[in-house]
Design a protein around this ligand. Structure first.
Ligand SMILES: Cc1cc2nc3c(=O)[nH]c(=O)nc-3n(C[C@H](O)[C@H](O)[C@H](O)COP(=O)(O)OP(=O)(O)OC[C@H]3O[C@@H](n4cnc5c(N)ncnc54)[C@H](O)[C@@H]3O)c2cc1C
Ligand code: FES
Length: 270
C-alpha cells in the first residue's frame, strides 16, 4: 500500500451516470503488484473537494505501464467532482488496498456475479482468471434497469459468457441476478467456484444458494469507509469465529484491511 500521485490519462462518460478513468502512477520504480478484488482510495480535491477519500475497485491494471483503471457511478459530491477531472489532472491515491480474491487452485468452471457498481470488481477478476488459463468463466450481471447494466461488452471481450438480469426486465431476464445464478448452479454441479460483488441483499442470497449447492463462494463487500486503512473501525462487519459456532459467537473484521473479499460462509448477514 502506497500513497501515490497519479496522472489521469482519460476520464470518459460511458453511460449517463458512469465514468471510466484511466490513470498512471507518477511514482518512479516498480509498483506494488495489484490483485483483482483490491481497491484504491482517491482523494477528491478541487473547489468542492470532499473530506473522505473515495474507495473504488480496480477495474483493470497494467503493471508494466503503472496504469490503473476504475469504473464509477456518480452518486454524490465526491464522484461528481471526480467526474469533472480531465486528462492531465493529478490525483492523490492510496493503492493497492485490501486483500483481493483467491483464485481457484485447480482448473474448474467459474461463475462471477456482479450487482450494480460491484460489477466493476468482477471485471478485473475475469481478466485475471482468463489470463491464468481458466476457460469456462461465466459472468452474471444484475442491475435495476438497462441504464445501470455495466461492463457487459468488456466482460465479453475478456472472454466471458455474459448473462444479464434487470429488476424491470428492460435488459436480459426480468428479476434478480441471484435467480440466474440459482438456475445455473442447479445445472453446473458442485465443481464450480463462485465470486460475487454487489449490494448486501444480493450477496446474502448468493451465499445461501452457494451453500445449498455446496460450492465455495467468495464475496467482496462495499461497506461505507472512512480511513480505508484499518485505523477507524467504521467499516467493520460481523464474522463467525474461526471455530464456527452460532451467530452469537462473532468477531468484527475490517472490510478495508481484512477484506473486502471474504469467504461467504464467514459473514454474519444481518
Ligand atoms: C471497497 C469498495 C469498492 C468500491 N468500488 C466502487 C466502484 O468500483 N465503482 C463505484 O461506482 N463505486 C464503488 N464503491 C462505492 C463508492 O465508493 C461510493 O459510491 C462513493 O464513495 C460515493 O461517494 P460520493 O461522495 O459520490 O457520494 P456520497 O455523498 O458519499 O454518497 C451518495 C450516496 O451514495 C451512497 N453510498 C456512498 N458510499 C456507499 C457505499 N460504499 N455503499 C453503498 N452506498 C454508498 C450514500 O448512502 C448516498 O446515498 C466502492 C465502495 C467500496 C467500499
Ligand atoms: S475504513 Fe477505517 S478501519 Fe476500515
Amino acid at each position: 500500500m502506497k500513497q501515490i500521485k497519479a496522472k489521469i490519462i482519460s476520464n470518459s462518460r460511458i453511460k449517463p451516470s458512469y465514468f471510466k478513468m484511466v490513470m498512471r502512477a507518477r511514482t518512479a520504480g516498480p509498483g506494488e503488484p495489484v490483485r483483482a478484488g483490491q481497491f484504491i482510495n482517491v482523494r477528491v480535491t478541487g473547489r468542492a473537494g470532499v473530506l473522505l477519500r473515495k474507495p473504488l475497485s480496480i477495474y483493470s491494471a497494467c503493471g508494466k505501464e503503472h496504469s490503473i483503471e476504475v469504473l464509477y457511478k456518480v452518486v454524490g459530491r465526491g464522484t461528481e467532482v471526480l467526474s469533472r477531472k480531465a486528462g492531465g489532472d493529478e490525483l492523490d491515491i492510496i493503492a493497492p488496498l485490501g486483500n483481493g480474491y483467491e483464485l481457484p487452485k485447480k482448473p474448474q468452471p467459474v461463475i462471477l456475479i456482479g450487482g450494480g457498481t460491484g460489477t466493476a470488481s468482477i471485471h478485473f477478476l475475469a481478466e485475471t482468471l482468463i489470463e491464468a488459463g481458466f476457460s469456462d468463466v461465466k459472468a452474471l450481471i444484475g442491475a435495476r434497469d438497462r441504464e445501470n447494466v455495466i461492463c457487459e461488452k468488456d466482460l465479453n471481450k475478456a472472454g466471458c459468457e455474459v448473462q444479464v438480469a434487470t429488476d424491470d426486465g428492460s435488459k436480459g431476464i426480468r428479476g434478480y441476478v441471484s435467480c440466474l445464478f440459482e438456475s445455473l448452479a442447479a445445472s453446473a454441479g458442485p465443481s464450480m467456484a463462485v465470486y460475487a460483488c454487489g449490494p448486501r441483499p444480493m450477496l446474502r442470497e448468493v451465499v445461501r444458494i452457494s451453500r445449498k449447492f455446496k460450492v465455495p463462494c467468495q464475496v467482496s463487500l462495499e461497506e461505507y469507509m472512512a480511513c480505508g486503512v484499518g485505523a477507524c473501525m467504521s467499516c467493520v462487519v460481523k464474522t463467525r469465529k474461526p471455530s464456527g459456532g452460532s451467530s452469537k459467537q462473532f468477531v468484527y473484521k475490517r472490510v478495508c484491511s481484512e477484506g473486502p473479499v471474504f469467504d461467504g460462509s464467514e459473514i454474519i448477514w444481518e
